[in-house]
Write a protein that binds this ligand. Structure first.
Ligand SMILES: Nc1nc2c(ncn2[C@@H]2O[C@H](COP(=O)(O)OP(=O)(O)O)[C@@H](O)[C@H]2O)c(=O)[nH]1
Ligand SMILES: [Mg+2]
Length: 360
């Protein structure tokens, strides 16, 4: 069995690439499993993978490194229940120091019994462009520190969303990336393109996407501060509306939340929604950098009731995030003549990272 670890910043395209790779491998007759991971309890990514019929287990309530035994147990469970040929494990997007706390323990400790074959780190080409061109980043310094450290320790750096840059910018970015991390395996990718995913999967199955064995020095005070600056919110919302209005109500609520966050200029790590109805399930992901047109991918939903699962990671206080989302939704719902009720609300700042193992 091949285990591929996938890391990289919030919203960089990890889940999109894994879904694409999974579809491809399933079509080739391979059995595939996924391990998801995030800070809260009700994970949009898990719902999304399960909606795509991929056997999925999850490590919730903290990152792989601080819950290593859970990760090992999940890998064993997946192995025993789904007999996968290939497993993808996607780590929390604000997690760093993965080589010392996950890769090396998986390689060197017997408890997991499943050494990884590769570690890909995804970076949004637009964010990396800002970073390497010396332009301001849309996050605080300690959050940017996490972004940098993730890339530094990558076995394979996947510069993703290449479709969102012009050809000259992309070429310059690739040159700067090669200069900044000499010797690192780097690939440019548009994870929405089947051909690009096919080439990535191919690469993972060869020795050209090596497992990194060198951990990077990291200042845990800065890492912990960056992690804590990004408040977490997860909740379920039940929305009741008139027949035929479901799609427009969902778009109104999501647009209102995005507008409220933008109005206060709060940096978005990710804000994602899983819309669940009896007939259709769909994921909506809001971009950290302005990007028009997300509404076009929202499908039509039938019926008069919708369940919305929300996962948000935003640079602000967790209390403020919770209240902002609740009040914005209530107002947007009443403007559309619908009602919404929240449940299972969890909102907090992730605790200081204390890895189970750290092999320097
Ligand atoms: N334009 C473009 N969008 C992408 C690409 N890869 C992912 N996305 C979008 O970026 C958003 C975040 O993707 P997701 O896979 O959830 O990121 P994750 O948080 O790293 O797992 C989603 O709206 C994706 O559709 C890409 O290569 N190009
Ligand atoms: Mg994801």
């Amino acid at each position: 069995m091949d285990l591929h670890l996938i890391g990289g910043f919030l919203g960089s395209g990890k889940t999109t690439a894994i879904i694409g790779a999974t579809k491809r491998l399933l079509a080739q007759g391979k059995r595939v499993g996924v391990v998801t991971n995030d800070q809260g309890r009700y994970l949009v990514d898990t719902a999304f993978f399960r909606a795509s019929n991929v056997p999925t287990v999850e490590v919730t309530g903290g990152c792989f490194c601080c819950n290593f035994d859970d990760l090992a147990a999940c890998l064993r469970q997946l192995n025993e229940s789904a007999w996968p040929d290939v497993v993808f494990a996607e780590s929390v997007g604000s997690c760093a120091d993965i080589v010392a706390t996950v890769v090396k323990p998986l390689l060197e400790l017997q408890s997991a019994g499943m050494p990884p074959s590769s570690y890909s780190v995804f970076a949004d080409a637009r964010l990396l462009r800002r970073r390497l061109f010396g332009q301001p980043m849309p996050f605080g310094d300690d959050v940017v520190y996490i972004f940098d450290k993730q890339i530094e320790e990558a076995g394979l750096l996947v510069i993703n969303k290449t479709d969102l840059l012009s050809a000259p910018d992309l070429q310059r970015l690739a040159e700067l990336a090669r200069q900044s991390w000499p010797g690192k395996a780097i690939r440019l990718q548009n994870s929405r393109r089947e051909e690009d995913i096919a080439a990535w999967v191919e690469l993972l199955q060869t020795d050209t996407a090596p497992v990194p064995r060198v951990s990077v020095p990291i200042d845990y005070a800065r890492y912990g501060s960056g992690e804590a600056q990004l408040a977490w919110l997860d909740e379920c919302v039940t929305i009741n509306m008139q027949e035929g209005q479901a799609r427009s109500v969902v778009i109104s609520l999501v647009s209102a939340i995005l507008a409220a966050i933008r109005r206060e200029d709060l940096p978005i790590g990710h804000v994602k929604f899983m819309v669940q109805t009896a007939g259709v399930e769909a994921k909506i992901s809001l971009p950290s950098i302005d990007e028009p047109g997300w509404e076009t991918s929202v499908p039509v939903f039938a019926g008069t009731q919708i369940r919305l699962l929300i996962n948000a990671r935003v640079e602000t206080s967790s209390d403020h995030l919770r209240v902002l989302v609740a009040e914005t939704m209530r107002q947007a719902a009443s403007e559309t003549g619908s009602t919404c009720a929240e449940s299972e609300v969890a909102s907090f700042h992730p605790g200081f990272p204390r890895p189970t193992h750290r092999i320097a």
